[in-house]
Design a protein around this ligand. Structure first.
Ligand SMILES: Nc1ncnc2c1ncn2[C@@H]1O[C@H](COP(=O)(O)OP(=O)(O)O[C@H]2O[C@H](CO)[C@@H](O)[C@H](O)[C@H]2O)[C@@H](O)[C@H]1O
Length: 477
């Protein structure tokens, strides 16, 4: 079975968030399941610094379905893990920024890229095209509109419904697609061209990154205006929990952390904490150290955290933040660090090595998300013996269970209602547990939680088979 995965982010070539982690690691595990996987992504400028070798191919992909042609040259590299071919689609006019999402015209860039992928599909001839997020939402539209018998089936994975890629109608006119799609509301919401919705309407199957989120997005509360459409998908909407790469992220062998450790010998974790405290100017002590690594955006529950930070500071604890995002949150954490030196460290930067040190050196990991399609942070944290404190929503609900002092089951702490008081109570429960004799049991339970890709890659394989067997989905289903 041949699968072409299409994504804007692929770790290590270009990473902004969790999308990169998933598309950078899942293919290796799919290959182990016997699937022939290839990847297509834009040739972002950052790729040059991350790829070991890049070769130019003879291929040029014309965006002939669009009103104007934006030729994409095709380069090729490989993901070291699993030796997976990656096609890099290059057009310097459209990809004109050092930042993955910093392009001067992101709508045109994504439209051009998707149209070029359509041409690439005709050349590579996969059985399934597996698209990811709004940036690739137009690929299924081009495929279904101009399809013949050989056209592959399509799967669109939603990593985050909060980002739909909505743009002015002007871009729909550039797409060269039939006006009837607009009239029927297949490609728009509220008078705007909506890339993600287009992808959902035109894909054969849609998946998201946890079973709970797959249920949640059918409701008004989480559906971001697309709940009715998602509900109508019925069996064609599937939730598969993400995994993390257990060979790359292994506390027993990870070279990015100051000392290695494992379930049987946790002494290295203490060393990681000490070095982290020293590096970040925190007082070296046994006090519980809470880490938070996140894009600093509303989704991540930072508004309810803001309401309780002062109260939390009354406790004997330390807090390390790593993130970038909305200015108000960046400012909030900087001010907190200034007010509580030695107790709070705010690192407003993007640094994957520091992230690793925080996952390994913290005692607890905070993720109070308003919504969370899957969440990888809590998985990395647990792998490194760091106990998650989460809001039980989406993938957080599927991976973290409240520790029960009687049965000694559970790998973390959490709360359901999106309220600051509930968050504060969950943190306080974790702090009490830290000072109890049960703490090492909780740490070990977290480390024993299986977040590896093996099982989920098997689920994707089953889904691909199901997609191949099923009828093509009519556009207006
Ligand atoms: N400043 C910084 N420096 C270094 N590393 C940083 C960083 N800020 C964030 N990261 C890293 O970026 C990744 C974030 O992944 P998440 O899955 O937790 O969230 P994200 O919202 O980006 O992903 C979306 O897609 C993923 C993948 O499907 C879903 O799990 C998730 O729920 C959904 O919101 C982690 O690897 C984290 O360590």
């Amino acid at each position: 079975m041949k699968v072409l995965m299409v994504s804007y982010e692929v770790y290590p070539l270009a990473k902004v968030g969790g999308l990169a982690d998933v598309v950078g690691s899942l293919p290796e595990y799919l290959k182990k399941q016997g699937i022939d996987v290839q990847i297509a992504m834009p040739y972002h400028r950052v790729v040059d610094a991350k790829a070991k070798t890049i070769e130019k191919t003879e291929l040029v992909l014309n965006t002939e379905k669009l009103k104007e042609n934006y030729p994409f040259e095709v380069y090729k590299t490989y993901l070291e893990a699993g030796d997976i071919p990656v096609f890099l689609l290059k057009n310097d006019r459209l990809i004109d920024s050092d930042d993955v999402y910093g392009g001067s015209d992101l709508a045109l860039q994504a439209l051009g890229f998707s149209s070029a992928v359509f041409q690439l599909v005709k050349i590579l001839n996969p059985d399934i095209v597996h698209c990811n997020d709004w940036q690739t939402g137009m690929v299924p539209v081009f495929l279904k509109t101009f399809m013949n018998e050989e056209t592959p089936k399509t799967l669109l994975t939603i990593h985050n419904l909060g980002y739909q890629g909505t743009f002015d109608r002007y871009y729909y006119e550039l797409s060269g697609l039939p006006e009837i799609y607009w009239e029927k509301g297949y490609v728009s919401t509220g008078g705007m061209f909506n890339f993600l919705k287009s992808g959902i309407v035109f894909s054969d199957f849609v998946s998201t990154v946890s079973p709970s989120y797959a249920e949640e997005i059918k409701t008004e509360e989480y559906g971001m205006g697309l709940n009715t459409l998602l509900l109508r998908l019925g069996e064609r909407l599937v939730g598969i929990i993400n995994g993390i790469d257990y060979s790359e992220y292994d506390p027993a062998t990870d070279k990015r952390i100051p000392a290695n450790f494992c379930l049987e010998d946790l002494s290295g974790k203490k060393e990681c904490k000490k070095v982290l405290q020293e590096e970040l100017g925190l007082a070296c002590s046994e006090k519980p150290l809470i880490g938070l690594i996140s894009r600093l955006v509303d989704q991540k529950g930072l508004d309810i955290l803001a309401q309780v930070t002062e109260d939390l500071m009354k406790h004997d604890l330390q807090l390390v933040i790593l993130g970038t995002g909305e200015e108000r949150y960046e400012k909030m954490f900087k001010m907190l660090a200034a007010k509580f030196p030695g107790k709070v460290s705010a690192n407003i930067t993007f640094d994957i090595n520091l992230a690793q040190k925080i996952y390994a050196g913290s005692d607890m990991f905070l993720m109070p998300s308003k919504y969370e399609p899957c969440g990888l942070g809590q998985m990395f944290a647990m792998r490194y013996g760091t106990v998650p404190i989460v809001r039980f929503t989406g993938g957080l609900k599927d991976t973290v269970k409240e520790f029960n002092f009687e049965t000694e089951e559970g790998n973390g702490f959490g709360f359901y209602e999106y309220e600051s008081i509930k968050l504060k109570e969950a943190i306080e429960r974790a702090l009490r547990a830290y000072n109890s004799e049960k703490w090492s049991t909780i740490v070990k339970n977290a480390m024993k939680t299986d977040c590896s890709w093996e099982k989920s890659a098997g689920e994707y394989k089953k889904l691909y088979k199901r997609i191949l067997k099923s009828e093509r989905r009519p556009i207006d289903a």
